[in-house]
Design a protein around this ligand. Structure first.
Ligand code: NAD
Ligand code: UFG
Length: 339
């Protein structure tokens, strides 16, 4: 089967996608500069699947090295995960975010053009729906205004990809808008390994349960939601990874641009998910309620019908599975890949 390049594939979502692609029979090549990941994830992917993959440690913006990779291989499809993703950090360092995220995209598109690679799948985010659209979000809605530079990089990269596909009708561009990916592989061998203090809810909850952090602060309990805390569409990272396999199959058979939400369509509140994590794992997550975090929307969840209809994809894992698998990963790797 054809070779799939995973740019940024050593990270959280890329590593899980590599497992699902290898299990389906694809050849996988990962290119990553490891700025937010570890080479250990590569050996763990091989351990889970019993398959080998090719790993290039390089910056996607380094076009000379990227070109060499395209020359040495026969890539049919690129999945573009490479990017910086911390919303708060992007507000303090916007130029770094625009430089890295936009440049990786341009380098990939230039190389694809030169080496006649026609299919690209892009990791976008529900954040592009912005503040203006009502939930549940569907792909027909216009993009909204983002609350931070990270979100704007995603909106801009979507535009760049759409314009590129318009100029070359033989291309297939698939934009995947992720909701809130959490959990870990059921083996506990790969998972999310945040550097420093986690920005996202569930890594912070798991580190609190294991004693690395003293407590979790829940940002705001005065929202107009059933229990006052924000609602999100949490999706198991393995379900998300399987969505990429479906997207590869689709991209290889169709041309043009398609956008798909990858979410479950079920919103859960912050309090609900923290309590579920405690219950299924028999642990305590010390938590306090604090003020709202700037930029958080009260409610964000998907209408996931399009991916079901056109990709034949639907989520299989429950909120309990997400919490159980995250805890397994946290217990087996208390310091992430650093041990
Ligand atoms: P991650 O940080 O674990 O993975 C991204 C990978 O890209 C890392 O391994 C990093 O080292 C690599 N990378 C970054 N810049 C690079 C460069 N210039 N050259 C080479 N490698 C580079 O993040 P993730 O959670 O796996 O997210 C993957 C993608 O999905 C990102 O684009 C992210 O913005 C997007 N996304 C993530 C979420 C989420 O909640 N995790 C939600 C929506 C969208
Ligand atoms: N939260 C807390 N305490 C924390 C961390 C988060 O209460 O310590 C709350 C947030 O206020 C929010 C919910 O938990 O209500 C989820 O927050 P995350 O930071 O885990 O996720 P977000 O929904 O803010 O952002 C995620 C991704 C972004 C993406 C966005 C929309 O991290 O990349 O979804 O797709 F842009």
């Amino acid at each position: 089967m054809s070779q799939i390049l995973l740019a940024g594939g050593a990270g959280f979502i890329g590593s899980h996608t590599a497992v699902e692609l290898l299990d389906t029979g694809y050849e996988v090549i990962i290119a990553d500069n490891l700025m937010n990941s570890s080479a250990k994830s590569i050996t763990r992917i091989e351990q889970i699947t019993g398959n080998q993959l090719k790993f290039y440690q390089l910056d996607i913006r380094d076009t000379e090295k990227l070109e060499a990779l395209f020359q040495e291989n026969d890539i049919s499809t690129v999945i573009h995960f490479a990017g910086l993703k911390a919303v708060g950090e992007s507000i303090g360092k916007p130029v770094m975010y625009y430089r890295n995220n936009i440049d990786t995209t341009l380098s990939l598109l230039e190389c694809m053009n030169k080496y006649n690679v026609k299919n690209i799948i892009f990791s976008s985010s529900a954040t592009v729906y912005g503040e203006e659209n009502p939930v549940p979000y569907n792909e027909e809605m216009k993009k909204g205004s983002c609350t931070n530079p990270y979100g704007w990089t995603k909106a801009m990269m979507e535009q760049i990809l759409e314009d590129t596909a318009k100029s070359d009708k033989s291309m297939s561009v698939i934009i995947l808008r992720y909701f809130n990916p959490i959990g870990a592989h059921e083996t506990g061998l790969i998972g999310e390994d945040p550097q420093g203090i986690p920005n996202n809810l569930m890594p912070c909850a798991a580190q609190t349960a294991i004693g690395i952090r003293d407590h979790l602060t829940i940002f705001g309990n005065d929202y107009d939601t059933p229990d006052g805390t924000c609602l999100r569409d949490y999706i198991h990272v393995t379900d998300l990874a399987k969505g990429h396999v479906k997207a590869v199959e689709y991209a290889q058979k169709n041309k043009g641009v398609e956008i798909f939400n990858l979410g479950t369509g079920n919103p859960y509140s912050v309090t609900e998910i923290v309590e579920t994590f405690e219950k299924v794992n028999g642990v305590t997550v010390n938590h306090v309620y604090g003020p709202r975090r700037d930029g958080d929307l009260p409610n964000c969840y998907a209408n996931a019908d399009k991916a079901m209809k056109m990709l034949g994809w639907k989520t299989e894992k429950t909120l309990e599975d997400m919490c159980r698998d995250l805890w397994k990963w946290q217990q087996m790797n208390p310091n992430g890949y650093k041990d």
